[in-house]
Design a protein around this ligand. Structure first.
Ligand code: SF4
Length: 268
């Protein structure tokens, strides 16, 4: 049952410098800047100034060889914060400044679909120019959420993401019919979507090709290949292989700019 609250990861709404009433916070955000906002590090909007809302909890348990989930503190959280949607909207609006991009991420935001839809509606009512990206693992779909989404950032998980122990991950990680619903809706309503894949090993290329062959309505420019990595060094080591696969197939290469700028730091 929806309580009117959203369960946030510990970095919650970031980076911000004001509370919901517009009063300055006592400490600088993790970005180190004396103003709100960071950049979107991944995808079609890489480099665009953005505010993030990070939700707690995930229905998957990704664990690649040599790397776990890059936001494990949000996916399987030990620390969370429950805040009224109204309060979250106030904080976001007070910190938008010249940024109009809001990214709702996780964990898996669609686990809290009702609250996410309400948050997006409030933001768009109060600031009509707000652009909302929802970052999802594309196993869940909600019509109310997609109706208020400008960019559906979908990260389908390949078999290389399966953990050693049986968590049910392998059964739920890939839902082509759900991905197809996102694509169809975006195409029908003139909104945008992207299919962002973590490339962890050579076999991933074939899996991506097979998945894409089962889908329709996408273009090469909607497909982004991202190197596996939770640190700048690891991204650098895996970048060439990801770039090669992208070039060979006519897809896009996708960096992780936030790691290069801020390192693996929560709240940036
Ligand atoms: S789907 Fe994303 S947030 Fe969830 S466990 Fe996998 S990488 Fe982490």
């Amino acid at each position: 049952m929806f309580t009117g609250n959203l369960l946030l990861a510990k970095d919650g709404v970031f980076p911000v410098t004001r509370d919901g009433e517009g009063h300055p916070l006592s400490s600088l955000p993790a970005s180190g800047f004396p103003f709100p906002g960071t950049i979107q590090g991944e995808g079609k909007l890489a480099g665009v100034p953005s505010l993030f809302v990070r939700l707690a909890g995930c229905n998957l348990h990704c664990a690649w060889e040599g790397s776990g989930c890059d936001t494990a503190y949000a996916a399987q959280p030990e620390e969370t914060r429950s805040l009224p949607v109204e309060e979250i909207a106030r904080v976001v609006i007070r910190n938008l400044d010249r940024t109009r991009h809001v990214v709702i991420t996780g964990g898996e935001p669609l686990l809290q679909a009702q609250g996410v839809a309400m948050l997006c509606r409030l933001l768009k009512e109060r600031q009509s120019l707000v652009h909302v990206t929802i970052e999802s693992n594309a196993t869940l779909y909600d019509e109310e959420v997609t109706a208020v989404t400008d960019l559906a950032s979908l990260s389908p998980k390949l078999s290389s993401s399966a953990p050693a122990s049986d968590t049910g991950h392998h059964v739920t990680r890939l839902r082509p019919e759900v991905i197809q619903r996102y694509i169809a809706r975006a195409r029908h309503h003139g909104t945008d979507f992207q299919l962002k894949f973590v490339l962890a090993r050579e076999e991933d290329e074939r899996e991506i090709q097979e998945l894409l062959a089962a889908l329709h309505g996408w273009e090469n420019e909607d497909v982004l290949i991202m190197p596996l990595g939770t640190t700048p060094d690891m991204v650098r080591r895996n970048a060439l292989r990801a770039a090669g696969v992208a070039i060979k197939n006519g897809w896009r290469y996708c960096d992780r700019l936030h790691l290069a700028l801020f390192g693996n730091k929560e709240g940036t």
